[in-house]
Design a protein around this ligand. Structure first.
Ligand code: 13P
Length: 253
């Protein structure tokens, strides 16, 4: 059985004081996690070191929301994989649609970052997803195929099990409009098939594929019950301990 991974993408929310409050509340709400479930908190860079310290000995793992494709150097404002690891990160979200939309990230750049993350021993959560215009134009499958091939290029069969894929339809992010469980399952199945084509079925069956886009306590169980949905990448609902812990509980098999 694949591990369910529920990750919280805090985006650009929570200063240090607010981070302390949320992490304290989450640890109190979830002193342990259901057996088949992992949970990753992805606060902003400025909160990573504090969250990393606070999460020691807790069931929560730490992740970042982005990183540089470079090891080190004169790259003002950038943060490396090594720096993330030093804060306690084991995961990093890459290629989120907001990074693609507002910061010009391409499949090639996301691929370079993913390979760098894997080389450094971080598990990348690699995001893909179509826009509303693309879905309505009937090109969702082509977009997802291009994205998956692009972001996974050159990742070895040996490294691939450390990758998590997050399917986040852009039209469902922050809109309150969730993909139906059937829509999510259809795309997750496509993604698993594409991974099987690039590697093999045995490997594809091991890969955790998360759904993201307006996941809330009241819709999580139905989405997570789909065969090929192996977790969630949660935005708005991860900013409060009660709603995030309710989603984690909904992931219990
Ligand atoms: P919302 O859950 O706020 O729609 O955000 C989803 C997301 O972008 C997670 O990365």
């Amino acid at each position: 059985m694949r591990t369910m991974i529920i990750a919280g993408n805090w985006k650009m929310y929570k200063d240090l004081h607010e981070t302390k409050e949320l992490v304290t509340a989450l640890k109190a709400a979830m002193p342990s996690l259901p057996g088949n479930v992992q949970s990753v908190l992805c606060p902003p860079y400025t909160s990573l070191a504090l969250a990393g310290e606070m999460l020691k000995g807790s069931p929560f793992l730490l992740g970042a929301q982005n990183m540089s494709q470079h090891d080190e150097g004169a790259y003002t404002g950038e943060v490396s994989a090594k720096m993330l690891k030093a804060t306690g990160c084991t995961f990093v979200i890459l290629g989120h649609s907001e990074r693609r939309q507002y910061f010009g990230e391409t499949n090639e750049l996301v691929n370079a970052k993913a390979r760098k993350a894997l080389a450094a021993g971080l598990r990348p959560i690699i995001c893909v997803g179509e826009t509303l215009a693309e879905r309505e134009a009937g090109v969702m499958a082509q977009i997802i195929t291009t994205q998956i091939k692009g972001v996974l290029a050159g990742i070895s069969p040996h490294e691939m099990p450390n990758c998590v894929i997050a399917y986040e339809p852009v039209w469902a992010i922050g809109t309150g409009r969730t993909a139906t469980p059937q829509q999510a399952q259809e795309v997750h199945q496509l993604i698993r098939k594409l991974i099987a084509q690039q590697y093999d079925w045995a490997l594809a069956e091991r890969i955790t594929i998360q759904y993201g886009g307006s996941v809330k306590p009241d819709n999580a169980a139905e989405i997570l019950a789909q065969n090929d949905v192996d977790g969630a990448l949660v935005g708005g609902a991860c900013l409060k301990a009660d709603s995030f812990s309710a989603i984690i509980k909904a992931a219990q098999a």
